[in-house]
Design a protein around this ligand. Structure first.
Ligand code: NAD
Ligand code: UDP
Ligand code: UDP
Length: 307
């Protein structure tokens, strides 16, 4: 697994070990860290390797989960050239590895491939509306190019690929300073600081709890070879950022106020996955409600945030 020491990766490592697999976790620790996988280190079936996926990697594996890539706007815009290299060179190297070892390979793609969408909710057949030269482009276009590479390696070299388009996901081990809305609101609420709402807070998102996401990721990897995607995975319950702020305030019991800030450029106005394909193909649908998932996430942040 690449990016295995990150938020989603660490949960996936844990799940695969629990299923009895051997896991090689490859990560350059840019946004992830050893702390996320610390409890896994004593397990003899777990191996942690510091490596940057923009460089070739020669190891023996039978399945590859390619998650390496900073995912939050603050982190992926910190060094945008490296972000595109991670998506594109990283995909080429991991596809080369899959080609040599004949491994199945799953790409952690993203709802960002739809950009600021005109079709709502977004089905996989929608080609998206992405600015090729904006601040988010390093991430959006990098991920789009990675999807292209996956499909061309599939057509040209008959690789067994799985492309999963992940919609906003949250849960324990999100980075407290990565600027994503769920972690920001929870940390701000716990510290009694104002919750920062970008724009007027009317933009929508649909948030999936991490355990549901990992269920779908493992099910997609284990699906038959004909199932290649792209496949949306996320929770279709949609709400505004203002509603999210109020829910976080209610669940934390915080008396923080709301503070309105300018909307970042190219910020999508709405986003909700059409998950019919995942439901029909994998028999999957999310089980955890926003309130349940937020309560668990708040519990985690209480242990790491000084109040
Ligand atoms: P994260 O930032 O916590 O994890 C990414 C991991 O990749 C980190 O451990 C980081 O150190 C590692 N990494 C970055 N560049 C690397 C490189 N060049 N070589 C090796 N490792 C590198 O983010 P996450 O939320 O866990 O996201 C994991 C994957 O899922 C990413 O590919 C992301 O684009 C995708 N995704 C996540 C979400 C979400 O809501 N969390 C939504 C859509 C897609
Ligand atoms: N690669 C790798 N590990 C492997 C095999 C390949 O990292 O086990 C990398 C290598 O850098 C190569 C890239 O993947 O350039 C693409 O591999 P492919 O076989 O498609 O292309 P080629 O070797 O012809 O460049
Ligand atoms: N957002 C916000 N306050 C914050 C952080 C984010 O209102 O402190 C908004 C952001 O502008 C976007 C939404 O919340 O409209 C989701 O942002 P996030 O960065 O979590 O994910 P993405 O934009 O990639 O979906």
């Amino acid at each position: 697994m690449t990016g295995g020491a990150g938020f989603l990766g660490s949960h996936l490592c844990e799940r695969l070990l629990a299923q009895g697999h051997e896991v090689l976790c490859v990560d350059n620790f840019f946004t992830g860290g050893k702390r996320n996988v610390l409890p896994l280190l004593p397990n003899p079936r777990f191996e942690l390797m510091r490596h940057d996926v923009t460089f070739p990697l020669y190891v023996e594996v039978d399945a590859i989960y390619n998650l390496a890539c900073p995912a939050s706007p603050i982190h992926y815009q910190h060094d945008p050239v490296q972000t595109t290299k991670t998506s594109v060179h990283g995909a080429i190297n991991m596809l080369g590895l899959a080609k040599r070892t004949k491994a199945r390979i799953l790409q952690a793609s993203t709802s960002e491939v739809y950009g600021d969408p005109e079709v709502h909710p977004q089905p996989e057949s929608y080609w998206g509306r992405v600015n090729p030269v904006g601040l988010r482009s390093c991430y959006d276009e990098g991920k789009r190019c990675a999807e292209t590479l996956f499909f061309d390696y599939h057509r040209q070299h008959r690789l067994r690929i799985k492309v999963m388009r992940i919609f906003n996901t949250y849960g324990p081990r999100m980075h407290p300073n990565d600027g994503r809305v769920v972690s920001n609101f929870i940390v701000q609420a716990l510290r009694g600081e104002p919750l920062t709402i970008y724009g007027d807070g009317s933009q929508t998102r649909s948030f999936c709890y991490v355990d549901d996401l990992i269920d779908a990721m493992v099910a997609l990897m284990d699906s038959e070879d004909a199932v290649i995607g792209p496949m949306n995975v996320g929770n279709p319950t949609e709400f505004t950022m203002l509603e999210l702020a109020r829910t976080v305030l209610a669940l934390t019991g915080s008396r923080s106020t709301l503070e309105f800030r300018p909307l970042p450029s190219d910020d999508p106005k709405q986003r909700r996955p059409d998950i019919a394909l995942a439901t029909e193909t994998l028999g999957w649908q999310p089980q955890v409600t926003l309130e349940e998932g937020l309560a668990k996430t708040i519990g985690y942040f209480r242990t790491i945030v000084s109040q």
